[in-house]
Design a protein around this ligand. Structure first.
Ligand code: PNS
Length: 173
């Protein structure tokens, strides 16, 4: 594997982190060698299921097999997180053309205001349907999401939202 000098930051809301995200982290490690996964607030998603610290803990467990990955929580802007983490590139995962529309505009804006370039990683086709939104929805009503998320995330979700038959959808984390 070719080692690149630059490390990258992979920002996202990761609420919760799922197998598609893990795939992007693994691809980014292959390309950049070392990666900072940054749990961040998405202003278009005001209320989260897990707070940033809990997301961070679940991601850290999920990437424990990748020694060059660090996980940090950042408030504010992705470009400030990139500066603070001392990386050269921002990494984003793409599932669909819908993702591209949003991400291209964000990448161009981030470059314009900071100079940081964004590198897009297409996620594996077998994982491209996975979304945190649907995971939250299914888990909240006691559905089975174990095939969609890393084991530490599945364990946290099962703790919060017991399997169907013993479900209280109004329960908050
Ligand atoms: O996983 P998501 O929800 O698609 O991640 C989006 C995220 C958190 C990366 C994006 O909302 C973000 O960059 N938030 C930080 C605020 C910011 O930098 N806004 C300017 C965007 S041009």
């Amino acid at each position: 594997m070719t080692q690149h000098a630059a490390a990258a930051i992979y920002p996202g809301s990761f609420d919760p982190f799922h197998n598609g995200h893990l795939d992007v982290v693994e691809q980014a490690v292959e390309l950049f060698g070392s990666v900072v996964v940054a749990t961040m607030h998405n202003p278009t998603k005001p209320s989260g299921m897990f707070d940033l610290e809990r997301r961070l803990a679940m991601i850290a467990e999920s990437v424990a097999h990748l020694p060059t990955v660090t996980v940090r929580a950042f408030p504010g802007l992705a470009v400030h997180a990139a500066r603070d983490a001392n990386v050269r590139f921002i990494v984003k995962g793409l599932r669909t053309s819908g993702d591209f529309e949003v991400e291209q505009q964000m990448a161009q804006t981030n470059h314009d205001v900071s100079g940081f370039r964004t590198v897009f990683m297409p996620c594996s086709p077998a994982l491209s349907f996975i979304s945190s939104r649907f995971i939250r929805e299914i888990a909240k009503y006691g559905g089975d999401v174990t095939a969609l998320v890393p084991t530490p995330v599945a364990a946290q979700l099962a703790r919060l939202f017991p399997p169907a038959g013993n479900t209280d959808p109004s329960r908050e984390p």
